[in-house]
Ligand binder design. Structure first.
Ligand SMILES: [Zn+2]
Ligand SMILES: [Zn+2]
Length: 262
């Protein structure tokens, strides 16, 4: 048994969905859950508010929170996050203003002759302010929470593959994963697997990805060929949603699942 309890039920549920990427399905569930948390009662709990004030939200999750139509919760969270961003940014911009004043006091003739030196405190503080502003825009409370859950799910997939023969056959008969989660599974296997199991997992994963990328590519090609008048009356096969599935295969969760039929 693993040292900590790993919840295997969500993994089985995702693999039963027969989707292009079960790991994307897990990620979708996490996202829905944490969006609800952000907009629900937990938003008023001090720990959650400290975290949302500090992290804020990425463009994707701000847009989803906005679409959820809970404007008061969103306004409260955004207001305290905005004030937090203003405070920390002001500290950095005050330092930049001090460096700017010092630069202005230097001999104007030498400035005119050679400009401001690359190594000057002014340039360093300009870069520091840019770094700080970017750091504040790059973080997201929901992405962070999803990441933590996904780390556990990847560990659980590795655990199930090692310990449960029926999962191993479900895994090898699945459609593989999107390219984003291909990288994640490989890294997961580096961390959580060893010995012959690791070799077998990698062999299975590589074959799975090759086979299923070829399938999607074939469907997408037929989609393009259907536009040729000579193919007009030929059957679509699995190609009607090939564009959606190919995009999701490449980047995961771009086109909502409802549009996926294959
Ligand atoms: Zn995926
Ligand atoms: Zn996010």
């Amino acid at each position: 048994m693993p040292q900590v309890h790993l919840d295997t039920i969500p993994i089985w549920d995702a693999y039963k969905m027969d989707t292009e990427c079960p790991v994307c399905a897990l990620e979708d569930n996490c996202e829905r859950q944490f969006l609800d948390v952000a907009l629900g009662g937990a938003m008023m709990e001090p720990d959650t508010r400290i975290a949302t004030n500090e992290k804020g939200f990425c463009p994707r999750h701000f847009a989803q929170l906005y679409d959820a139509q809970n404007r008061l919760s969103l306004a409260l969270m955004t207001h305290t996050h905005l004030k937090d961003v203003m405070d920390s940014t002001q500290r950095q911009s005050d330092a930049l203003l001090r460096a700017l004043e010092a630069e202005k006091k230097k001999n104007p003739l030498s400035r005119a002759a050679s400009g401001v030196a690359k190594s000057s405190p002014f340039h360093k503080q300009m870069a520091a302010l840019a770094d700080h502003v970017q750091f504040r825009t790059d973080s997201c409370y929901i992405c962070d929470r999803i990441q933590k859950s996904m780390d556990r799910y990847i560990e659980t997939i590795c655990y199930l593959y090692k310990k449960d023969e029926s999962f191993r056959s479900t895994f090898t008969e699945s459609k593989g994963v999107c390219q984003r989660h291909y990288a994640v599974l490989l890294r997961g296997a580096l961390e959580h697997m060893s010995g012959s199991m690791q070799l077998q997992f990698v062999e299975d994963l590589l074959a799975l990805q090759k086979r299923n990328l070829e399938r999607v590519e074939h469907d997408l090609e037929w989609f393009t060929l259907k536009f040729d008048y000579r193919n007009q009356d030929k059957p679509w096969g699995n190609s009607r949603d090939a564009v959606e599935r190919s995009i999701n295969r490449l980047q995961g969760r771009v086109i909502p699942k409802d549009n996926e039929k294959g």
